[in-house]
Design a protein around this ligand. Structure first.
Ligand SMILES: [Zn+2]
Length: 356
């Protein structure tokens, strides 16, 4: 068994984390106080619990309300910088050594910021966070477009414009049903022509067609969640038979950005023990472990790994595999990925193994 201290110290890699889903409750309170934004609870512990309960409630309305509050307090450059810096500091304190954090710039314009000012504020916040964090961390941005809106092309262009200024990729998020990824095909084709990277939220609530479109029509580098790929796998005792799509995803080593706790809240999995990650990891898909929304799920990378360790008896060797899988799947250049794997991840695990 791994101790909580050891788990926290282990170098972890995070590819799927939403900036507006990871605020500290006390920061939400303070920022809301500054602008007179009403909140459902008045103390940080109560507010933190309210976020988790609302996300747990099974009601989409209550779940979406949680983001109304976090997005409402992130409408000035100062507020965004603070949230971005604290995000990086919190991840570093939890032992995350590399993180790609995403958000939708179009959701931060209600008080007059331009899309560019939003991206600049996040960049400054990340740089500040990396400079003051208690442990070394590299943090990069992914720009998200909302799938029910019509700004994906503009956001894709923004991601390309900022590719040398801390933005490493693009994503689409929001309700999957009724908004297939092919709706944004022009944006994905543009990114491919620009040799840019992108991931797509697909196969969380919605099934195989969404995953198939994301990969075979849109050309996604990675899948956000992708848990429904399990629908293309038949198991009989210890034997597993992969359908053509599942086989393609595994053969091509397409990374799955899995977020166990978040999936329980949205009903994509009934329990951690029943989460498809267990089978997918056993079948050696390119599985990565992620937090999604730390505030709404009351979670962290350490906590996600702890839950998986309890459910599947995972140990250091598995955590090392997850970290290396994620680092291999990152959107930063190959040599930079390799440097983190060889200089940070592997040496730590080699030493941890020896001290066992
Ligand atoms: Zn997500």
């Amino acid at each position: 068994m791994i101790s909580p201290e050891q788990l926290k110290a282990a170098p972890k890699v995070l590819l799927h984390d939403h900036l507006d889903g990871g605020l500290r409750p006390e920061t939400v309170l303070e920022l809301a106080g500054e602008i007179g934004h009403p909140l459902p609870r008045a103390s940080a512990p109560e507010l933190g619990a309210w976020f988790v309960e609302s996300a747990d409630s099974g009601s989409l309305e209550r779940y979406l309300e949680t983001f109304e509050h976090t997005v409402a307090v992130m409408q000035t450059a100062e507020a965004i910088k603070r949230v971005a810096s604290e995000c990086v500091q919190d991840l570093a304190a939890d032992g995350v050594v590399y993180a790609e954090v995403r958000y939708a710039p179009e959701q931060h314009l209600t008080r007059g910021l331009t899309l560019e000012q939003v991206v600049d504020a996040v960049r400054e916040g990340f740089e500040h966070g990396m400079a003051v964090a208690e442990r070394p961390i590299v943090a990069r941005q992914l720009l998200t477009a909302m799938r029910h809106k019509a700004r994906s092309m503009e956001i894709a262009e923004l991601a390309v414009a900022y590719r040398d200024a801390g933005v490493v990729g693009f994503d689409i998020a929001g309700a999957e049903a009724g908004y297939p990824p092919t709706r944004h095909l022009d944006a994905f084709e543009y990114l491919q022509r620009e040799n840019a990277h992108f991931t797509i939220h697909a196969g969380e609530a919605f099934g195989l067609p969404s995953i198939w479109q994301a990969i075979q029509w849109c050309g996604a580098d990675r899948l956000g969640h992708g848990v429904r790929i399990i629908d293309d796998i038949e198991t009989d005792g210890d034997k597993a038979e992969l359908g053509r799509l599942a086989a393609y995803v595994r053969d091509r080593r397409i990374p799955l950005e899995m977020c166990p706790s978040s999936n329980l809240q949205t009903g994509a999995a009934a329990s951690i023990a029943e989460h498809p990650i267990g089978l997918l990891a056993k079948l050696r898909f390119r599985v990565t472990v992620n937090t999604d929304n730390r505030l709404m799920s009351g979670t962290s990378m350490s906590r996600e790994l702890t839950l998986l360790a309890e459910a599947f008896d995972y140990g250091l060797e598995d955590f090392r595999w997850f970290a290396i899988n994620a680092m291999k799947s990152a959107f930063i250049p190959f040599d930079e990925r390799l440097a983190i794997i060889n200089n940070v991840i592997k040496p730590w695990y080699a030493e941890a193994d020896l001290s066992h």
